[in-house]
Write a protein that binds this ligand. Structure first.
Ligand code: HEC
Ligand code: HEC
Ligand code: HEC
Ligand code: HEC
Length: 139
């Protein structure tokens, strides 16, 4: 095969790789996520405006604190891999086997961390007790 062809091919491939990385990093961490799942037995509370990027960038929380794929009790998910919706595994209605129902999965994730911060005297702004600091008021 000729050298020119390989040169061109590698340039194209590099382009594709950079494009893919660009798309991934741009799409990977949405600024804000509106958490508003359907399928609860009763939708009692308003949706939650989650400051996604602020948590990773300003609050320095690692992706794997919230995103996981559990195998043999360990989180094997790594940054860069596909992110699945919590609801894909945590059922909105009931606990299935050892996998908690959706509402508890969210509350345990969000509130456990905020609680630890509060107990460590590290924060006053991470919502914990006041429901509507996370939930929008239902109209
Ligand atoms: C740290 C943030 C946070 C706080 C504080 C919080 N929640 Fe939630 N809660 C969530 C998130 C996130 C969800 C998932 C919302 C969804 O799936 O639509 C949720 C879901 C729920 C749901 C199930 C969905 C629904 O609307 O019925 C209920 C009920 C609920 N919360 C009640 C409460 C109550 C009551 C309080 C106050 C005692 C509270 N939450 C405080 C974050 C929070
Ligand atoms: C403090 C918790 C938390 C951290 C830290 C976090 N995320 Fe998320 N992320 C969430 C929640 C909650 C959702 C919404 C999940 C759902 O709708 O089921 C989400 C959604 C996503 C989505 C899907 C967006 C969509 O609209 O479908 C991607 C991609 C993602 N996160 C990537 C990342 C990456 C990459 C990092 C680290 C740089 C990260 N997240 C850090 C909690 C977090
Ligand atoms: C691919 C499936 C899967 C996805 C997606 C997933 N989880 Fe989980 N989650 C699990 C499994 C499995 C466990 C471990 C259950 C056990 O203890 O055996 C778990 C455990 C947890 C726990 C600790 C146990 C508890 O309920 O206190 C929390 C909190 C949690 N998940 C929250 C979340 C949140 C929030 C999201 C979305 C950002 C999410 N999970 C996405 C499968 C998943
Ligand atoms: C592993 C730790 C951790 C987890 C998990 C976490 N947070 Fe936070 N959160 C923080 C920290 C740190 C702050 C900033 C506290 C401060 O500066 O006083 C914060 C602040 C907030 C604030 C105040 C506004 C802001 O962004 O500064 C909201 C609202 C909030 N979190 C919602 C949530 C919700 C909803 C979830 C679950 C989907 C969640 N958090 C999960 C660590 C966490």
């Amino acid at each position: 095969m000729n050298k020119k062809f390989f040169g061109l091919l590698s340039v194209i491939l590099m382009g594709v790789v950079f494009l893919a990385i660009g798309v991934l990093t741009a799409a990977d961490v949405p600024d804000k996520v509106l958490i508003n799942n359907e399928g609860y037995a009763a939708d009692k509370k308003g949706p939650v405006d989650f400051t996604h990027k602020k948590h990773t960038a300003d609050h320095k929380v690692a992706c794997a604190e919230c995103h996981h794929v559990i195998k043999d009790g360990k989180n094997v998910w790594k940054e860069g891999e596909a992110v699945h919706k919590c609801k894909e595994c945590h059922d909105p209605i009931e606990k299935k086997g050892s996998v908690d129902k959706l509402q508890n999965a969210y509350h345990n994730n969000c509130k456990d961390c905020h609680k630890k911060l509060a107990e460590g005297g590290k924060t006053t702004t991470a919502p914990l007790k006041k429901c509507n600091d996370c939930h929008q008021k239902k109209s």
